[in-house]
Design a protein around this ligand. Structure first.
Ligand code: NAD
Ligand code: UD1
Length: 349
């Protein structure tokens, strides 16, 4: 098979930059389209440093139909991995239209351009936030959906659009049907083992792991643990943390699956990408202290609105159909986060 070319939207971001490394190392040609609204070009320079390989970069907004059409004409990719999107839950509640325009309309433009270019293989960054209330903390793909904020709803809407696209191709028995993997991420953390790329949040982090790392390095003074009265063993919230390198390897496995028998007649399937086990907030704090030798200053604060007590993946479908499982453990996630944080205390400057 000739070398496949993958167009990566949002490739300069946290997860996208790690995906670029794995794709280049696996021999794919890589084209990145990113408007740099939440990233810096330095991440792509570092990707090329890590791999010793080059990629093509277009600083373009995916909502720019004409520019995206030109890129598809020039690059003729085989597959698209679609990371581009805004992801801050709180901001999405303040500015819902921004989120629907960027995430939903952006995806509409992307799939229109892909259809016109007859490029119909897509791996989409969805999220565990698309799930609704459930009696079990371990989420399977067939569980009911029911996102509770505009960010989550933008992901759920995109999933619906992509399922409809695939169903229409099936109904019309088209020759080159859409092949789509919706990857529902649990809680990605960690960084590449080189320490050259990692998560570089703008301002004060919303998520637990970057917050702990910034307390450890002295940029923030104290972690607020949001609630210690949940019905969990230590009373703090439990999540399924997944190393970002394991996560992006799931995308390469998804590309293999899209090219295989399972998708040969076209399909749009959702897969959980998680470890299948959870850790509490205090377990994360203590793991960080153990691995780094730093003391994390924390206080117990009220619960954060919208938080669940416990949420972790049932990843069996991805094991079976994508031949994918996490390989890294909690210590790897903490050590790699800390390596990135200590080498880049101010992020990409
Ligand atoms: P990120 O913000 O680091 O990366 C997203 C990238 O997309 C950024 O480089 C940004 O500049 C770019 N972008 C945004 N809108 C764009 C547009 N209209 N045109 C072109 N580029 C655009 O975020 P991330 O953590 O790497 O997340 C990647 C994807 O995974 C997002 O879609 C996010 O919603 C999803 N996701 C992330 C998490 C997480 O915890 N990080 C969890 C579940 C799902
Ligand atoms: C959050 C988002 C979710 C998004 C995910 C990954 C909310 C409600 N949910 O999920 O939509 O897909 O990030 O980007 O924002 N915690 C603290 N103190 C902190 C930060 C977090 O105690 O300063 C706790 C939380 O209460 C939770 C756990 O740590 O129990 C993990 O929080 P976080 O990293 O924000 O992830 P999620 O809440 O799972």
């Amino acid at each position: 098979m000739t070398k496949q070319k993958v167009l990566v939207t949002g490739g300069a971001g946290y997860i996208g930059s790690h995906a670029c490394v794995e794709l280049l190392e696996a021999g794919f040609e890589v084209v990145v389209v990113d408007n740099l609204s939440n990233s810096k070009p330095e991440s792509l320079a570092r990707v090329q440093k890590i791999t010793g390989k080059t990629l093509s970069f277009y600083q373009t907004d995916i909502r720019d139909h004409a520019a995206l059409t030109d890129i598809f004409a020039k690059e003729a990719p085989d597959t698209v991995i679609h990371f581009a999107g805004l992801k801050a839950v709180g901001e999405s509640c303040e500015q819902p239209l921004l989120y629907y325009h960027n995430n939903v309309y952006g995806t509409l433009v992307l799939v229109e351009v892909m259809t016109a270019a007859n490029v119909k293989q897509l791996v989409f960054s969805s999220s565990a936030t698309v799930y609704g209330e459930s009696s079990s903390p371990q989420y399977s793909e067939h569980f009911p959906l029911g996102a509770i904020n505009p960010y989550g709803r933008s992901k759920a809407m995109i999933e619906d659009i992509l399922r409809d696209l695939s169903a229409a191709d099936h109904k019309n028995q088209v020759q080159n049907p859409w092949k789509i993997a919706l990857l529902r991420y649990f809680n990605p953390i960690g960084a590449h083992s080189s320490g050259l790329i990692g998560e570089d949040p703008n301002g004060i982090p919303n998520n637990l792991m970057p917050y702990i790392a910034q307390v450890a390095i002295g940029k923030l003074s104290q972690l607020s643990v949001f609630g210690d009265d949940y019905p969990t063993p230590d009373g703090t919230g439990i999540r399924d943390y997944i190393h970002v390198v394991d996560l992006v390897k799931g995308h390469l496995k998804a590309i293999t699956a899209l090219n295989g028998d399972k998708f040969k007649d076209g399909a749009c399937n959702a897969y959980n990408l998680g470890a299948g086990r959870g850790y509490s907030v205090l377990e994360m704090v203590h793991a960080f202290e153990r691995v780094t030798g730093k003391t994390i200053n924390y206080k117990i604060s009220p619960r954060r609105a919208g938080d669940l007590a416990e949420c972790f993946a049932n990843p069996e479908l991805a094991w079976q159909e994508l031949d994918w499982k996490v390989e890294k453990n909690l210590d790897d996630m903490v050590a790699d986060t800390w390596h990135w944080q200590t080498l880049n205390p101010m992020g990409y400057v």
